[in-house]
Design a protein around this ligand. Sequence first.
Ligand code: SF4
Length: 441
Amino acid sequence: MPSIYIETYGCQMNVSDSELMYGKLQAEGYVATDTPVGADVVLINTCAIRENAEQRVIGRLGELRRDLKPGAVLGVTGCMAQRLGPRLLETDTRVQLVVGPDSYRMLPSLIDGARNGERFSATDFDLEEHYEDFSARRFEGVKAWIPVQRGCDYRCTYCIVPTTRGPERSRKLAEVVRETHEVVAQGITEVVLLGQTVNSYNDGTHDFADLLRAVGAVDGIRRVRYTSPHPNDFSDRVIAAMAETPTVCEHVHLPMQSGSTSMLKRMLRRYSREEDLECVARLRAAMPGLGLTTDIIVGFPGETDEEFEDTLSLCREVRFDDAFTFKFSAREGTPATRMPPEWTIPEAVVDARYDALVATVRGISREKNMARLGERMEVLVEKEARKGELFQARSRDFKTVLVPGTPESIGTYMTVELTGTTGATFTGTPVQERAPLPMAG
Ligand code: SF4
C-alpha cells in the first residue's frame, strides 16, 4: 500500500485539516508514516499568516528535495498553497501538487495524476465544503479539534486569511454534535471547537450559544474549549451559554491585537479599546476567575509611541494570564501593504517595543501565577513533558501544570495542588479529594 506523510505548519485549523486529509487518504488505501524518508506521497500543509512561516516552508521544501525517494509525490497544501497557487509550481519544479483548503476532496485523484507525472494546482473556494464525510485520523488521543466554521468575513487590514480561506460558513450544529459523539466513543473527553471567528458561528438556525450548549451536553464530554473568538461576537447569549454550561472551560483566548483605538481603526478590527474592555468586564462578571489570554501585534504601520503605550496600559489594565505577541509582518495583497511607506516602523523600534511588551506580559503573568501557589485544581494529563519525567497537564482555565505520572496517566484527570511555578508554567502535586465529613449524630 502506498505511504503518505503530512507535515503541518501553522494554526489548529491546519492541524485539523491534516487530520481530515490523513483520514481521507487512509480510507483510499494509503498508510500513514511519520517520516518523509521513503514515503510515496509527502504533503506540506502550510501557513501564510507571516512571512517567516512561508520562508520556513520554502526552506523545508529544499531539504525535502534531498530526502525524497525517486518517484515520490511532493505536494503543498494549506494557506500558502492557496495564496501562491500555480506560482508555486513555477518556482519549485519538484512540487507536483498545490492544493488549497477547500480542495482536499480532490486529493486522491490529484495524487493519482501526480504519480503519473502530472502537475496540478487546485485552489477554488467551495462554500459548501465542510468535509462532512471524511473521518479524521486524530493525532491526539486526549482532545479533539472539531472545525465548526471555515473562512472569515472580517477584513482586518493585516490579515491574509480571508484571501486564503475564503468567506465564512458554518457547519450544521447537528453535524458538530454527531462528530462530538464520535470522539466520545473513541474515549476522548475534551473537544476544541475551531473557527477563524468561532463565536460568529451561525448555521442559519443556531448561533454559537446554541452550539456551546449542545456540544457541552453530549454525554461523556468533560471539557469544551473554542478558538479563536472575535471580541465583537461575544453576545450576551454566548457569554451566558459559556457561564451556564458546566463543561465549557473557564478560559477565553480574546485576540485584542492592540490597546489603541486609533490603531484598532487602522487594523479594521471594528472595536475600540473601550469596547474591548467592556467585553472583558462582561466575561469576567459572568465567570469570575476566567483565564484570559490574547494576541497582540507590535509595529503595525503608523504605530506611534502613544499607541504602543496604550497597548502596554491595556495589558496592565486587563492583566492577561498570557499573550501571544507578534511583530507585524506585511502580507502581499493585504490593505496594510498599501499604507503610506513612511508609516513603516523601523526594525529597531519594532524590536524594542516587542521586548517591552513581552517583559510587561511576562511580568503580569508571573505575578498572577505566583499568587496561585497552593491552589487546588483539576487537570487533564495531556502528554509527556519535554524534559524530565513529568507529564504535561492542563487546567480548565488553561494553565500548564507539570505533574508526576506514568504513560497510563495520559488522558486521565487528577486533582493537584500547585506547588511551584517558573512564572509561566506550574508544577503540581496530586492530592486526594477530601471525602465529605460524616454527618453528625
Ligand atoms: S478576524 Fe481578522 S485577523 Fe481574524 S482571521 Fe478574520 S481577517 Fe484575519
